[in-house]
Design a protein around this ligand. Structure first.
Ligand code: GMT
Length: 374
């Protein structure tokens, strides 16, 4: 098939899933056309089946906000026409579902039919999408999509709860490439961070408020009194300066390190003992799945789709959002030498259920179904 993929090309779960999906589709012989405003972060190699079309957004002094949607719709129209695409798959509803609708209508007026699939990732529904500023456009454009997928049962239900959606939503979970995400021998790295055999807690994210990173710091403050440990905070975003100041105020800078955005995240995960994700809401938790694939157990909140990934008492523990006390108690339990190996093995076993090879055929089958029915 010739597949157009539209996504946010930055660090962030939806862009990562879209890019990894495109790479995997290309690897099994599909022709994949990325349509984005810059090169997707994880699209850093050559493949004969992958094409990248940059959306050019001309500016003009009149515009306070450059009309990205118009530029993106126009790019979609041009790519669908010139590359003769079979399907357009857009990731993150805002604004990609409505731009795809616009492109579809323009193409229809020219006698060209293009089926559109929208994948809902999380905050496009749970935070941003349900804001009244966007809701009518989101509802309309999701209902106009020929196919809709969501990354968890939770997100599917949330979509029906927040919006009057009249169409079926197919759940296709996030996936993991176990060839890339696997525990690597990085003893020198572990020694550099934990020279006295401390345990290592890790969090990776885009440092948005929804991640509740302050809970990680408060939890770590308690854990380190029970278990000698260090904390690595990987990623960057709006909350980072605040969290750095919090660590300074709590006199934690000797045991907390901020690494910024990293490409080879699997190298850091390879030396981690515990991954922490106390999010306010989380539709799936791709970063947690990446950690599990590297044999790292989880301390998470029980929000959103996290119970569909983290198995209580098996791959880690879940607590109510904000219950730092419970998270710390569970972390201390997992980090005991007699418990840690069991949790690590369970995390890997669970990650294998989301292996790319199991999930890719679900997308291919869904594309075929939507194209045949639309
Ligand atoms: O986690 C983020 O803030 C990034 C966000 C995105 O859309 O880029 O991630 C969402 O999509 C991921 C991939 O489907 C999910 O694994 C994340 O759980 C989801 N984030 C939230 O729901 C907060």
């Amino acid at each position: 098939m010739k597949i157009g993929i539209v996504c946010y090309p930055t660090f962030g779960g939806s862009g990562v899933v879209a890019t990894e999906l495109g790479k995997a589709l290309a690897a099994v012989g599909h022709q994949v056309h990325f349509i984005t405003y810059s090169q997707p972060t994880r699209l850093d190699f050559f493949s004969e089946n992958i094409f990248y079309h940059e959306v050019h957004i001309p500016n003009y002094p009149l515009f306070q906000y450059a009309p990205y949607e118009s530029a993106l719709s126009s790019a979609m129209v041009n790519v669908v026409k010139t590359e003769k695409l079979d399907v357009l798959h857009v990731h993150y509803a805002i604004p990609h579902a409505s731009t795809a609708y616009m492109a579809k209508q323009i193409l229809k007026s020219q006698g060209i039919h293009i089926p559109v699939i929208t994948t809902l990732h999380g905050t496009d529904i749970t935070l941003v999408g349900k804001d009244r500023s966007y809701e009518p456009v989101i509802t309309f454009s999701i209902n106009q999509s020929d196919g809709i997928t969501s990354v968890s049962e939770f997100l599917k239900q949330a979509t029906y709860d927040y919006f009057p959606i009249t169409k079926d939503i197919e759940v296709i979970p996030n996936f993991i490439d176990l060839d890339r995400f696997k525990k690597q021998k990085k003893d020198h790295f572990k020694l550099a961070i934990c020279p006295n055999g401390e345990k290592l807690l890790v969090h990776t994210s885009n440092f948005r408020k929804v991640k509740r990173i302050e809970d990680i710091v408060l939890m770590f403050e308690k854990v380190r009194h029970e278990v000698p440990s260090k904390l690595l905070l990987v990623g960057d975003g709006p909350e980072r300066a605040k969290i750095e100041n919090m660590c300074r105020d709590l006199d934690l800078m000797q045991c907390v390190r901020f690494l910024g955005n990293l490409d080879a995240i699997e190298e850091v995960l390879s030396v981690a003992d515990l991954f922490v994700m106390p999010s306010e809401t989380e539709s799936f938790g791709l970063a947690a799945l990446e950690a599990m694939a590297c044999e790292v157990p989880l301390i998470t909140s029980n929000a959103g789709g996290l119970p569909e990934l983290n198995v209580q008492g098996v791959t880690g523990f879940m607590s109510n959002v904000g219950d730092v006390e419970d998270m710390a108690k569970n972390a201390v339990y997992i980090l005991q030498d007699e418990n840690l190996p069991r949790f690590k093995a369970n995390a890997l076993a669970r990650a294998k259920e989301f292996e790319l090879a199991n999930i890719l055929p679900q997308y291919e089958a869904y594309y075929e179904k939507v194209v045949a029915e639309s």
